[in-house]
Design a protein around this ligand. Structure first.
Ligand code: GRG
Length: 300
């Protein structure tokens, strides 16, 4: 793959190749089970920023790996992320009617089918990651390690665990001692997994995997703080999901807890620290430095 050199060009290029590669993995809607597949496609094809796949592909690139062979992992993490959004919107969780600028999956297909679509996307993620499409271009040990990373990050000690903490404390005022582990799981784990998977499939040495992980830890927290700020300051149209839902759901967030000014300062500091973590990648880290700044300033 040859890469555009300008930031926005490469960002769009990555999203484009991931969207195309998704079509290799999404099943066809030609059987009696077509509804669940339509629901999977509906949520994946609604778009989204594709940040996690971008991290997989760019970390693979900066580590000198085969970015085309990393595509199943980029798709896999986006499938897990999309499943989590579908389930998060269900009436038994956040009960949100709008996602990625469209009616949520359960609003369109009903609760039971949305639940199944999420389940099937989680399974499909591992089917994609462990596919044989690029046999011989990745080391089998690296494939196993990267798949293990995804499994661990999405489970009870990662994203699902973060969501459980969120449910547990819903409607109760909480401090940073709850907010931090909640977001480390809910948002941070998958962003860290994306960076590490990219390095791992490239066969990178531990020093670079650790540097990618350190960057992603800072980026993940910064991403969440920006999300909290936008929830207070943005609109449904700009976000493609309901704005102000943290207040409606009585959720404590970095923005409600620390205020807009302090959370903005923290966001700036974390972004600077994320950029610092990229030092071992030298000049090659340029796109990732820009990505941190872009996400800190994002409007949706
Ligand atoms: C239900 C198992 C389960 C987990 C839910 C990811 C998640 C955990 C909930 C979604 C709600 C939320 C605000 C989570 C914080 C992480 C986050 C900001 C998700 C949205 O990610 P983006 O902004 O979304 O990358 P797009 O649509 O651009 O992909």
């Amino acid at each position: 793959m040859t890469f555009k050199t300008d930031f926005k060009g490469r960002l769009d290029q990555y999203a484009g190749v991931v969207n195309e590669a998704m079509q290799q993995f999404l099943p066809k809607t030609d059987g009696l089970e077509h509804l669940v597949i339509e629901a999977m496609r509906y949520s994946i094809e609604a778009g989204g920023k594709r940040i996690r796949p971008v991290l997989v592909l760019e970390f693979c690139r900066v580590c000198g790996g085969d970015t085309e062979a990393a595509l199943p992992f980029a798709c896999a993490i986006e499938m897990v992320h999309t499943y989590s959004l579908i389930h998060d919107d269900l009436p038994c969780m956040d009960d949100d009617a709008l996602r990625r600028g469209r009616p949520s999956c359960h609003v369109k297909f009903g609760e039971a089918t949305a639940l199944l679509a999420g389940d099937a996307l989680l399974s499909l993620a591992f089917e994609a990651a462990l596919c044989n499409n690029y046999r011989g271009r990745l080391r089998p040990g690296d494939v196993i390690l990267a798949a293990h990373e995804l499994a661990a990050a999405s489970g009870a000690k990662g994203m699902v665990g973060g969501q459980q903490i969120d449910l547990e404390y819903e409607g109760k005022p909480v401090g940073l001692e709850v907010l931090e582990p909640m977001h480390r799981g809910k948002t941070g784990a998958m962003i860290r997994a994306a960076a590490k998977m990219g390095c791992i499939v490239a066969g990178a040495p531990q020093l670079l995997i650790d540097a990618g992980d350190a960057y992603a830890q800072k980026l993940g927290l910064a991403f969440q703080i920006r999300d909290d700020i936008l929830d207070l300051t943005s609109t449904d149209e700009a976000l493609g999901k309901p704005a102000g839902s943290d207040l409606v759901n009585h959720k404590s967030t970095y923005a409600t807890l620390l205020g807009l000014e302090e959370s903005g300062r923290m966001l700036g500091e974390l972004t600077r620290q994320a950029e610092e973590c990229l030092r071992p990648f030298g000049e090659e880290g340029h796109f990732l430095r820009e990505l941190a700044r872009y996400l800190a300033a994002r409007a949706g």
